[in-house]
Design a protein around this ligand. Structure first.
Ligand SMILES: N[C@@H](CCC(=O)N[C@@H](CS)C(=O)NCC(=O)O)C(=O)O
Length: 245
């Protein structure tokens, strides 16, 4: 048997959701490893995978661990060029994909930061929370408007076909639904439609079931979960090389 990549995904509601979707669309064998992000401290073994203690991370066949959604999704996209999930670097299609994925992974992702901070700082004084909310509302509205306009020009985020950018979007755009001040159907109908279309996709439904810990049917080639401790022991035996078959 050959080793397969292992995706470390975080719950609840992690940005790693998009990497699960992308792996499902890729249709090549992989495994999952679950990280409960609210359990602190995180298992010490995970720091050997990603010293930043963030998800996602992708343990590659050769035993190297890759962090950062952008790097992971471009890795998956390159594996999936034949399926249209990514493109050869240097082509106009790759430029477009890099552009939108970088935007989603930087400005779009970061725009939610102040709102999450206000949400988590329930004990903070009202003035502090109000500032965070004002900054967050403006940032998220700008980010949603940008994607709304983009989806008015193209059927998929990077152009004519579904790519890893759409997979990532499925994980991060849902965060807007947490905050009732954003009415997606009314103010961002293209975005609403895109999110709904993605939600109907079997890969997205699989990722939702995985996050919820419910029975999940892979339409890709997910071979199931590995436990972090078992993986860590196995890697230690192999001198940190090799991943589960
Ligand atoms: N730049 C990283 C950010 C990853 C990140 O912030 N992941 C979050 C979940 S969306 C996380 O692991 N948070 C846990 C923490 O920071 O404690 C990427 O895009 O992959």
């Amino acid at each position: 048997m050959h080793p397969v990549p292992v995706l470390f995904y975080g719950v609840p509601q992690g940005c790693s959701f998009g990497s699960i979707v992308a792996l499902e669309w890729l249709g090549q064998p992989y495994r999952l490893c679950r990280i409960e992000m609210l359990d602190h401290p995180w298992p010490a073994a995970y720091a050997a995978i990603n010293p930043l203690n963030q998800t996602p991370a992708l343990l590659l066949e050769e035993g190297e661990a890759l962090s950062e959604s952008l790097a992971i999704l471009l890795n998956i996209g390159t594996r999936g060029i034949a399926r249209g999930l990514g493109f050869y670097q240097g082509t106009p299609e790759a430029d477009r994909l890099n552009e939108v994925l970088a935007y989603l992974n930087s400005d779009f992702f970061a725009a939610f930061g102040p709102l999450w901070a206000a949400y988590e700082m329930q004990d903070a004084d009202e003035a502090t929370r109000a500032v965070l909310q004002r900054i967050g509302n403006a940032g998220v509205a700008k980010a949603l408007a940008h994607v709304e306009a983009l989806l008015g020009r193209r059927p998929w985020l990077a152009g004519a076909q579904r790519t890893v950018a759409d997979a990532y979007f499925a994980g991060v755009a849902r965060w807007a639904e947490y905050f009732p001040q954003f009415d997606l159907a009314l103010d961002y109908p293209n975005l609403r439609h895109h999110l709904d279309r993605l939600r109907a996709d079997p890969a997205v439904q699989f990722a939702m079931a995985i996050e919820a810990g419910e029975p999940a049917t892979s339409s890709g080639r997910c071979l199931g979960h590995v436990m972090l401790d078992a993986l860590h022991e196995q890697r230690a035996r192999l001198g940190r090389e090799g991943v589960p078959a």
